[in-house]
Design a protein around this ligand. Structure first.
Ligand SMILES: NC(=O)c1ccc[n+]([C@@H]2O[C@H](COP(=O)([O-])OP(=O)(O)OC[C@H]3O[C@@H](n4cnc5c(N)ncnc54)[C@H](OP(=O)(O)O)[C@@H]3O)[C@@H](O)[C@H]2O)c1
Length: 317
């Protein structure tokens, strides 16, 4: 088959020949139609924390959309190296191949999987988002953040505050459901003042943080320090586009009643399946949108490091 093959760790994959996969017990064989290029997909090609010791050569890509041998169109995760999602064929653990409804294109479904689940799964599982909750999205201008704004509103959040740098994307966020945007492209005192004003006396119920680094430090330092009896700020750490580390004052954590949650583990398959059905249904009904740029898989090498702010690049097979 043809595939996007990682031949050197840290280098973009090249389009070339790769042996066809043979499904093992519990797996399904998939004719791939579209595969999204996510930050996770990039991490797998160079970061040992994510590649689980995969040895080159291997096929790039983590998730995508394709057809089973009976013709059913599915969204899937490819998790058995060396077979990633960016090949003409791949294999997936059968329970992680979910039907894609009519009305959702291959590219949209492929683009939705990683960033859509990133907010909807914690909202539905650990967080059990309550109607009327006040939610802050840090990194709301990225693909995952823009979806998180829409998903929070769709699930009944009362107020969604969206923070990011990119001005054009910030301007788009109110039309996606943000009640207020906070620019991270201004002096730190102003950012902190806007966070503090939004937090008011009772802080936020939920924070989804896709960026970490300095913006997380500014936000956590800006919270009122008298919330211990009032409730809990559930702070979900999802990504670190702004920096791999953040220094947090102990006082801020205690006084502002913050619980930090990592989202490395997956909830039960029943929850994942239910969220996928609700998410794709929201796309069909027009209440969830994602901007995609489609590129032929044969152009993977040149497109790999292309900047597409707020839009998801999807390779079409
Ligand atoms: N845990 C999960 O399940 C999960 C799932 C999806 C994504 N993620 C992670 O979440 C992050 C965002 O993913 P994405 O798909 O939304 O990627 P993306 O579309 O490339 O968005 C990147 C985001 O990071 C922001 N950013 C980059 N550098 C920054 C800096 N120095 N300071 C402040 N903001 C900065 C961008 O802001 P501007 O555009 O405003 O510049 C944008 O909002 C990545 O780290 C990704 O690995 C995690």
């Amino acid at each position: 088959m043809h595939a996007a093959v990682v031949r050197t760790i840290g280098q973009p994959p090249v389009y070339g020949e790769f042996p066809d996969p043979t499904p093992q017990e519990g797996e399904v064989l998939i004719n791939v139609r579209a595969a999204a290029l996510t930050n996770l997909g990039k991490l797998v090609t160079y970061d040992p924390d994510y590649s689980a010791g995969a040895e080159v050569p291997f096929v790039a890509g983590v998730e995508g959309v394709g057809t089973l041998q009976d013709g059913t169109r599915v969204g899937f995760a490819a998790q058995r190296p060396p077979y990633g999602s960016m090949g003409e064929l791949t294999v997936s653990f059968a329970p992680l191949a979910f039907p894609v409804p009519d009305g959702v294109s291959d590219a949209t479904a492929a683009a939705l999987i990683n960033p859509g689940f990133s907010s909807w799964l914690p909202f539905a599982s650990q967080l059990k988002l309550e109607a009327g909750a006040k939610v802050l999205i840090l990194g709301a201008t990225g693909v995952a953040g823009k979806l998180a704004v829409q998903i929070a509103k769709h699930l009944g959040a009362g107020r969604v505050v969206a923070a990011g740098r990119n001005r054009a994307a910030l301007e788009q966020l109110p039309s996606l459901g943000a009640d207020r945007v906070v620019s991270l492209d201004q002096p730190e005192e102003k950012i902190a003042a806007e966070f503090a004003q939004e937090a008011g006396e009772h802080g936020f119920d939920v924070v989804l943080d896709y960026i970490w680094g300095r913006p997380a430090e500014i936000f956590l330092g800006s919270l009122p320090r008298s919330l211990e009896a009032e409730g809990e700020v559930r702070y979900v750490q999802l990504g670190n586009s702004a920096g791999p580390t953040a220094t947090i004052e102990g006082n801020a954590l205690r006084r502002a009643g913050i619980t930090i949650i990592g989202t490395g583990s997956m909830p039960s398959l029943d929850i994942v399946k239910d969220v996928w059905e609700r998410m794709t249904d929201a796309v069909v009904k027009g209440s969830l949108t994602i901007d995609v740029d489609e590129v032929p898989l044969s152009e993977v090498h040149d497109a790999w490091n292309r900047e597409t702010p707020g839009r998801r690049l999807v390779f079409v097979v």
